[in-house]
Design a protein around this ligand. Structure first.
Ligand code: SF4
Length: 81
């Protein structure tokens, strides 16, 4: 699996830097539909990311203790971290 994964969710571009992730799962606790931990305890996108609302998505990305989750809006402005 590559070191980064990217998806567009609620119109926002979300990137997981798997090289930075330390696997405590705070993002999973906040939004388990968006994020899950793989067999190596590294974050990947979950089964139903498109069902989340934008506020919950941003909160789940903001809780990452190592800034492994980055979010940009449609104009390319970075919203998280
Ligand atoms: S909150 Fe950050 S460090 Fe923790 S599992 Fe999610 S991406 Fe990895």
């Amino acid at each position: 699996m590559s070191e980064t994964e990217e998806r567009t969710i609620t119109g926002l571009r979300v990137e997981i830097d798997r090289g930075l992730c330390v696997g405590f799962g705070d993002c999973v606790t906040e939004a388990s539909e968006v994020f899950r931990l793989d067999e190596e305890d590294v974050a990947v996108f979950g089964s139903d990311p498109d069902s989340v609302d934008r506020k919950k998505l941003l909160r789940a990305c903001e809780v990452c203790p190592v800034d492994a989750l980055t979010v940009w809006d449609t104009e390319g402005k970075q919203l998280v971290p």
